[in-house]
Every structure is written in structure tokens, then in C-alpha cells.
Ligand binder design. Sequence first.
Ligand SMILES: Cc1ncc(COP(=O)(O)O)c(C=O)c1O
Length: 360
Amino acid sequence: MPERIYNFSAGPSTLPEEVLAQAAKDIVNFNNKGMGLIEMSHRSKDFIAVADEAEANLRELMKIPANYKVLFLQGGASTQFAMIPMNLLGPGKIATYLNTGVWAKKAIKEAKLFGNIKVAYSSEESTFNHVPKDGDYSVDPASEYLYFVTNNTIYGTQFAAMPKFEKMLISDMSSDILSREFDITPFGLVYAGAQKNMGPAGVTVVIIREDLLCRTPANVPTMFQYKTHADNGSMFNTPPCFSIYVMGLVLKWLKKLGGIAAMEKINREKAAILYNAIDATDFYRGHAQPGSRSQMNITFNLPTPELEAQFIKEATALGMDGLKGHRSVGGCRASIYNAFPKAGVEALVAFMQEFERKNG
Ligand SMILES: Cc1ncc(COP(=O)(O)O)c(C=O)c1O
């Protein structure tokens, strides 16, 4: 392996080195077949075994009950903004959404094409610096579901506890899936693009309760019906083979590490190191309110935009890449997903202290 830098990118993002090394080999020659993984038919025995193993490991890691289907889809997480209401709403049907950032807003916009959407809460006026607590909003009891984004990648906020709605929850977990344990049974559907905690871009994992597959209105095109993909083992058409395969390697890596509980412990440690550094001084100011802080994306500001630019430039020169905040909020953002090493967080904190000493 050539020397690697610390990659704080929000996604696509850093992957475990051993996964990359294995994928690099298998892309040329998989299972000694004399051809690479991405050259093989998706209907070959070898690839079907890859997809089956990835699904089995995901089920085991996330404790997914048998009455949920696991789908490997394409179109990115963004396609789910429309696919969810297309399948689960219809004229006159109601759903409630929590507006905690750009990704929630985009989902709301699409959902309005298919149903009567109530936005029960919005933190937009405070630049989405927090997520609501139970009691800050009420869900229309006629709603088919309550939709929220567990982790708001851009602002660095995260629901510490999942919201409640007895009918069912639906969640975009693109930037914190596999990072902490949660009970999936109150959820009708959860989904995540792979490119943060699971693998390369290209596959979107959708986990959907089986009984919901029959709700789709008859005029939904075949490719956009969840049932199509559920009935065909996610092989109705050519799946994103390489992404599924690398995701499978990441899932094996996570199992070896001790599963989600062990990962969660490491994630909490990593985030605490960084938040403690931010809280120790007035030079750095966290964007997210303390009760809403994300364990995955840590957003902060320096006293001026000029100092922020200098901070990012110097960090990059030291091999710490991807620290620039999202263009919509500015500042800095350190994305420290599952595969991001603790040593990288410690290196960033050491640099932050040194930078403050020189410029504070
Ligand atoms: C929480 C969240 N949802 C959705 C998306 C959009 O994902 P995609 O680019 O796969 O459509 C992102 C992308 O960063 C995200 O962070």
C-alpha cells in the first residue's frame, strides 16, 4: 500500500485499508477464475454468493428480522426521496416529515408530488444546528409514516434517540448506518447510500417491511416498485456488482471488529476526542447544539473565514484532506465514519491545538 493520508471527506469517504487491498486484487482475478469480479455475470454462481453473503452479514449485524426485505438498489439515496412516497402514499394520503437539513428538504419536495405532506418541525431558521426532541413537534395521527434523517451530514447533527410514531418510522440513514445499534422494528423502511459507512457509491441499501410491498399504487413503473426488486432478489436488472461486492468486504471487516456495538464504542471515543478539543477553547466553535451533535460529521468554525481557509490549507498540506465544510454552511467539517482511524482524529486535534497556539 502506498502511504495514505487522513481522508475526512463526507462521502465518498475513507474505507478500511484491508478492504481496498482485497478489492484491488479481486478486480483483476476473482476466486482464481482468471477474470475480475466486475467482469463476471451478475447471474454467475460466484457473484450470487457475493450478494447473498453481503445480505446475510447485513442482516446479522443489524439484527434485521425475517419479515424485512433487504434490497440493493441504484439511483443513490436521492432516488429514495421519490420512491418512498411513490410506493407508500397516493392521492389524499398523509405523511409527516421533520425538516432537519437539505437532505430532508429534498425528500419533502419529492414527497409532495405524491401525497399530502406535513412538515411537523424545521430547524432551518437556525441553519439546521439542531434536531428536535420528542415533544417539540406532533405527528398528524392520520400519517402513514413519520420520515426523518437520522444524521444530517452537512450540519453535523444526529438524533441521539430515534423519534417515535406508532404507525411507522421511515429514515434516511445514509450517513450513520452501521455506526450505532438501534431497534429496526418501529421502522417500515430504512435506507442508505453506501458511500459513507458501507462502501463505494453505486448501491443504495433499502430495508423494507414485507407487508409494505403490496401498498404500491398500480400506476408506479416497474423499476420504481419495491416489490419488483424484492421478488427478484435485487436482480431484476443488472445490480451494481462492484459496490455490492466491496460493501460485502466492509461488512466482513465490521464483523471481525466485533460488530456494531464495538464500532459504536469506537465511534463515541473518536467523536469525544474531537468535541472535547472544540469545547476546550473559544477559538473553535461547534456548529451543532450539544444535544444534537453527530458522532459522524463534526462541524466547527474558527473566528474568521480567513482563518478557516488557512486552517484547511495547512491541514491539507499535512495530509489531512476533506476538512472544508459543505458549501451551504462553510466552516470546517471532519467526517469520521466507521473506517476513519482514531489516530487521524488525534492528529487533527494536535494540529488544531498547534494552529490555535500560532493564530489564537
Ligand atoms: C443524509 C444524506 N441523504 C442523502 C444523500 C444523497 O445521497 P446520494 O448522493 O447517494 O443520492 C446524502 C449525500 O451526502 C446524505 O448525506
